[in-house]
Design a protein around this ligand. Sequence first.
Ligand code: UT7
Length: 325
Amino acid sequence: MDKKVGIVGVASYVPEKILTNFDLEKMVDTSDQWIRERTGISERRIADDDMPTSYLATKAGKRALEDANIKPEELDLIIVSTVTPDQFFPSTACIVQKHLGAANATAFDISAACSGLIYAMSAAEQYIKTGFYKNALIIAADALSKITDWQDRNTCVLFGDGAGAFVLSEVEEGGILSIQMGSDGTGDKQLTCPACFFTPEDEEKRNGKKHTTWMNGGEIFKYAVKIMPYALEKAMDKAGITAEQIDWFVPHQANLRIISVAARKFDVDMDKFIVTLEKFGNTSASSIPIALDISIKSGKIKKGDKLAMAAFGGGLTWGSAVIVL
Ligand code: UT7
């Protein structure tokens, strides 16, 4: 029989350097007021030049192992979700494995942009529930600042750097009740950092900037306001749970307006939606574990609470989960 899989450790790490909306006013034609009104973001964290994604990921991973009270050598699996790997190869997960001293783990990366934490959790769940592996560390980490075009006000005001991690193991009670995911590759051009494969048309449109993020903000916004409620609904249906039974919604932290649309759709008070984007901006797939970690540490979210998570992002991709913590 399949084993029950749950989150037994949660942690996050954000770099210390803060970039405020007022700092951005000096860099591009924007204003604190515009950014706050259109996104809800006030500031974000930026990794130092000598801090690659593996640095952020290792910090979060180490803390998650401490939280779970699991030694690095007890890990069977490390999955890192990132769109800003240190190198094309080896995987960032292998670099993290080295730093953690998790000698017995298999390590690999996955790429699903902002939905990556849910994708990683789903993969790890399969290994544990079948008994193939016992303990998995999943980490979502990105240093988006390193691929940001700091002259493009459409994107540079949105993103921040950070990492979040879960340890997954077999549990007796609760755990993951459902995970749902989907992808739509026809939206591949809407949010992208082409780098290695670049068509002449892209070159023209992007003014030669193939190593920085480009986003069709309006299209992604339209996708997000449709897919976030859809994703939540799919995961709740699969778990046989209604919105009223959810203690906390932990959504991807892209834009306060997108989160508000989801809250209105389910007629749920905004207080039930965890919002941390004001301080960290959109940190890609790490935004959910960062939000969860902060809320657990502050005492807001407690063991036994029912959580609904939903993410969307480049790909296009989406993913959602219902979990008893
Ligand atoms: O993880 C997934 C990743 N991405 C997202 O979830 C992003 C989804 N999209 C969004 O959150 C929103 O579309 C944005 C925040 C990116 C943009 O907000 P918007 O309300 O859709 O603005 P808009 O693109 O329709 O632009 C409105 C105006 C435009 O000026 P005009 O043409 O009306 O004169 C923009 O040029 O605001 C202008 N604008 C800005 N003004 C000041 C765009 N960016 C800025 C800016 N500061 N940073």
